[in-house]
Design a binder for this molecule. Structure first.
Ligand SMILES: Cc1cc2nc3c(=O)[nH]c(=O)nc-3n(C[C@H](O)[C@H](O)[C@H](O)COP(=O)(O)OP(=O)(O)OC[C@H]3O[C@@H](n4cnc5c(N)ncnc54)[C@H](O)[C@@H]3O)c2cc1C
Length: 409
């Protein structure tokens, strides 16, 4: 095994998850980040401050989404069974007033996916006075982000992974990480790489509201549920006529209300692209647009579909974050051998960075094994998981058991 270090640039969910998996597999990793990996709502570019966070490959484009998603689920499942903090499983409804033109590719990958006839005989959360054209439910993992992120960072710390707060000049990677000291550089740098290369960033703007003491949403069978509901475009859409969905996900003691997915580019800091369409009859609210629309529509839906109520006085924060879609609006995962030091590029996760994080980290591990050879000496790690030689399922189970032990340290 090479004793040289692996540099990981980025301490968002991609960098942190990758560092944990490589470290557990016996590699000598070092993480570099221009900011501390804490939730920072002031920086809309640090996407890992904003995930809502459903484990669903929404708002991302990649031919390998299926592979990454199914592989991620292999990790989330045992982590959930080992009670890793912040992972929940619940019924999730996706509901449409105007049916999508094509099925989302992820539909067949969902556990317990069931189409719901919209004939009024089934519980389907929606806005009243609007037609329903399509609905399905499935059993999905959700991440209570503040809890999960803290637990992930605690695990990272328990593994004693070195973290340097440093802005890496991404045009000078070879000199910053010389091949004499490093064996590989992993660029998990979110929008940082493309920003550096002066390309307009391809983004999906997203608005969220956090509610304190949010009610727990239950369906008539008493099951905890969440929803994404797309009203008719005349009720909620963008200037370009792109339908928008509203959603609500419970967190412990709070609730997230969404949302928006507005496509555009940032050119010299200026938003060039689509925007939300103001409705003809403005919404009466003390909140600013579009938070007023997001809050009022979710409130009506929740009060119409359940016994729960929410009030504007419960609003804790109104957030704006950017989902970075990658070069050509597609997830970037590739190995660049053209340098002294091989580089793995891993960014552009769009609205699915948490969803795909374990799958992507596992792909990075596979590539790293091929490039550097599987580490032989794992005894320096407290958990000695021997996760390398097993099947994907065994690997995920062993890794989850290691993480569960570490989290109790
Ligand atoms: C409103 C909203 C809702 C979302 N909801 C969900 C959801 O429900 N489910 C889901 O799966 N995903 C969701 N996402 C998407 C998810 O948040 C992102 O896909 C994910 O956080 C991307 O993580 P990342 O680590 O790749 O990038 P980031 O979190 O952006 O991290 C990039 C890292 O690179 C570092 N960096 C960049 N340049 C440099 C440099 N030059 N030198 C050193 N460090 C550098 C940064 O400091 C940072 O640490 C949502 C996003 C938004 C905005």
């Amino acid at each position: 095994m090479s004793l040289k270090k692996i540099a990981i640039v980025g301490a968002g969910v991609t960098g942190v998850t990758t560092a944990i998996l490589l470290r557990l597999s016996g590699y000598n990793v070092q993480v570099f980040s221009r900011e501390y990996p804490i939730i920072d709502h002031k920086n809309p570019f640090f996407a890992s401050s904003f995930p809502a966070a459903s484990i669903l490959p929404h708002s991302v484009q990649s031919p390998i989404s299926k592979k990454l998603f199914l592989s991620s689920i292999l990790f989330y499942h045992p982590l959930f069974e080992h009670n890793f903090p912040g992972i929940h499983r619940q019924i999730h409804y996706e509901v449409f007033s105007e049916a999508p033109k094509s099925n989302p590719s992820y539909l067949p990958w969902l556990t317990g996916y069931t189409e719901l006839p919209v004939n009024g005989r089934f519980f389907i959360p929606h806005l009243p006075d609007n037609p329903l054209s399509r609905a399905w439910k499935s059993s999905m993992f959700f991440v209570d982000w503040p809890f999960y992120w803290k637990a992930l960072l605690n695990t990272f710390n328990a593994l004693e992974i070195p973290l340097a707060i440093e802005t890496i000049d991404l045009s000078q990677i070879d000199s910053r990480f010389p091949a004499s000291e490093y064996s590989l550089a992993i660029l998990a740098s979110g929008s940082g790489f493309e920003e550096k290369h002066n390309n307009p960033l391809s983004l999906l703007k997203g608005h969220l509201i956090e509610i304190s003491n949010g009610p727990t949403l239950r369906n008539p069978d008493g099951e905890l549920f969440s929803y994404n509901y797309t009203p008719p475009t005349k009720v909620y859409s963008t200037l370009n006529g792109k339908a928008q969905d509203i959603y609500s996900y419970n967190r412990s003691g709070s609730m997230i209300l969404g949302g928006s997915r507005i496509a555009g580019h940032l050119i010299e800091g200026k938003w060039i692209g689509d925007d939300l369409l103001m409705p003809c009859d403005p919404i009466e609210s003390s909140l600013e647009w579009p938070y007023s629309a997001i809050f009022e529509r979710n409130k009506i839906l929740i009060e119409h579909s359940t016994n729960a109520t929410i009030d504007a006085s419960q609003i804790k924060s109104q957030l704006l974050g950017y989902r970075y879609l990658g070069p050509n609006s597609s997830l970037c995962f590739k190995v660049d051998f053209s340098r002294d030091l091989p580089h793995i590029h891993a960014y552009g996760l769009g609205g699915a960075g948490v969803t795909l994080s374990w799958g992507l980290a596992n792909e990075i591990l596979t590539k790293t094994n091929k490039l550097l050879g599987t580490p032989q000496n794992r005894s320096v790690y407290h958990v000695s998981p021997s996760i390398q030689s097993d099947s994907s399922i065994d690997k995920a189970k062993k890794m989850a058991s290691c993480l569960a032990k570490l989290i109790t340290v």
